[in-house]
Design a protein around this ligand. Structure first.
Ligand code: ATP
Ligand code: MG
Length: 438
């Protein structure tokens, strides 16, 4: 292996144009394939933008150089300095004739996973060798789109006056009870990994920060093993003061809108590779009440009681009857967490909402309870002990404005925009019921 010294790429594969014809470039990447015809060899060199063909001719480049380059195992990392020459035979319309080469990172054989092989490896094999799996353009495409989505939501937050915050992930109490938490030992105390920044972002509403967002990890020790749950996911959270649930829904639909808009602008190539297509939705997104949803579900032949959360079977019926993105509003109070504000004139119904894409939930949000007496009552009604929430309740005792917010799963939104069927495709190193490594 050779040191890189002062060698740097002059451009990525896809940045080479007709303007570079006859001039010298420096390219670098992974050897995707070598076709050796004896006197001439074609090397496909891949970087994150695409593939460039390096053509080696034995007579011209010398026996030794020819042998050295053609005997390198696939996926070895090299850099090549050479001249760009037009060649109609090559898909890109040109090839690079090497003058010098550096071998920077040898690849062992056999590879744990093929990069361009036609055989579809199963999910476990792929995840075990994720560092290679991510070399595939269709796998990498998901993460390029995910990056665009996250920058698009940040763009909305920045333009709407939000402050970015980070709240603790090691905590002493469950956010909502109910959901299983991962335990951690915290010196002589027991601690948990936070399932959501809910309580902390609400406490920040008592500070005058007014509009906060957090993009960070959330941990759920749920035993489920589904295609839309992870045990660690990235949560995009907001909380806004002097606001109700309608204001929070407004911010959310602008985030979704901008994420789709920017993905269409920046990731046309990735969308094509994935065969994904997503129209920019018209705003405002439709709001459908829980009771209206229940009627549609019953019309679809599924029986359930007012007050329950919709099981997947019910959601599927609903997903077929409604537009792609829609809000479900006016939920039964008992179906939502204790911090959800009930309607003042109809306390069995609350100001909670979900954003759905067909049958998939992507966000839950609400106007929150900010009256501390009501909050204590709601905790008790849900079987929780207010004395365990003192640190949180205290923040409501000294001037807490009305506020609202939501939590949006980054992987769920990425799934929808990329058309992926399994949420594990949308996270680099998934944590699920069976997987803790890599
Ligand atoms: P679900 O009913 O789909 O299990 P939830 O209602 O338990 O979700 P919330 O507590 O409302 O989830 O979390 C807010 C958002 O965070 C969800 O709408 C979803 O986008 C995302 N989310 C929640 N749990 C998970 C998970 N286990 N894996 C991935 N994303 C999740
Ligand atoms: Mg929810």
């Amino acid at each position: 292996m050779e040191p890189i010294e002062d060698w740097r790429r002059s451009q990525y594969a896809s940045e080479i144009t007709t303007e570079d014809f006859e001039s010298e470039v420096t390219v670098g990447g992974w050897i995707q394939d070598i076709r050796n015809l004896g006197g001439i060899a074609f090397i496909q060199l891949r970087d994150r933008t695409g593939v460039v063909q390096v053509t080696v001719i034995k007579k011209e480049h010398g026996k030794e150089f020819f042998k050295k380059i053609t005997s390198l195992p696939r996926e070895t990392v090299i850099m090549v300095k050479g001249k760009v020459q037009p060649n109609e035979q090559v898909a890109s319309g040109f090839e690079v004739l090497p003058k010098e080469m550096k071998v920077l990172g040898m690849a062992n054989t056999p590879l744990p996973l093929g990069v361009v092989d036609k055989v579809d490896a199963d999910m476990d094999t792929r995840l075990d060798a994720r560092f290679i799996d991510l070399r595939k353009e269709e796998v990498a495409a998901v993460f390029k789109i995910r990056s665009t989505i996250l920058s698009a939501v940040r763009e909305v937050f920045e333009s709407e006056g939000f402050i970015e915050v980070h709240t603790p992930k090691i905590v002493a109490t469950a956010t909502e009870g109910g959901t299983a938490l991962f335990e951690a030992s915290y010196f002589e105390k027991k601690a948990y990994l936070n399932q959501s920044p809910q309580l902390y972002k609400q406490m920040l509403m008592a500070t005058g920060f007014d509009r906060v967002y957090e993009i960070g990890p959330a941990f759920r020790a749920e035993e489920h093993d589904t295609t839309r749950h992870l045990n660690e996911f990235t949560s995009i959270d907001i909380e806004i003061a002097f606001s109700d649930e309608e204001d929070a829904m407004g911010v959310l639909e602008r985030c979704v809108y901008n994420a789709i808009l920017r993905t269409r602008e920046k990731n046309e190539k990735e969308m094509r590779i994935l065969g994904a297509d997503m129209d920019i939705p018209a705003l405002p997104l439709q709001r459908i009440t829980y009771s209206e949803c229940l009627d549609m579900i019953k019309e679809g032949g599924f029986e359930m009681e007012w007050g329950e959360d919709f099981p997947m079977e019910a959601m599927k019926i609903l997903g077929e009857k409604v537009p792609d993105f829609f809000f479900i509003t006016k939920w039964p109070t008992k179906s939502k967490p204790f911090y959800t504000q009930p309607y003042e004139d109809k306390p069995e119904v609350c100001r909670g909402f979900d954003l759905q894409y067909k049958e998939k939930e992507i966000t839950s949000g609400a106007q929150r309870v900010h009256d501390v007496e009501l909050l204590k009552k709601r905790l008790e009604e849900q079987g929780l002990n207010p004395s365990e929430f003192t640190f949180y309740l205290d923040a409501f005792e000294y001037g807490m404005p009305p506020h609202a917010g939501w939590g949006l799963g980054a992987e769920r939104l990425t799934m929808i925009l990329t058309g992926m069927q399994n949420i594990r495709e949308c996270v680099l190193f998934p944590r699920d019921r069976k997987r803790l490594v890599p």
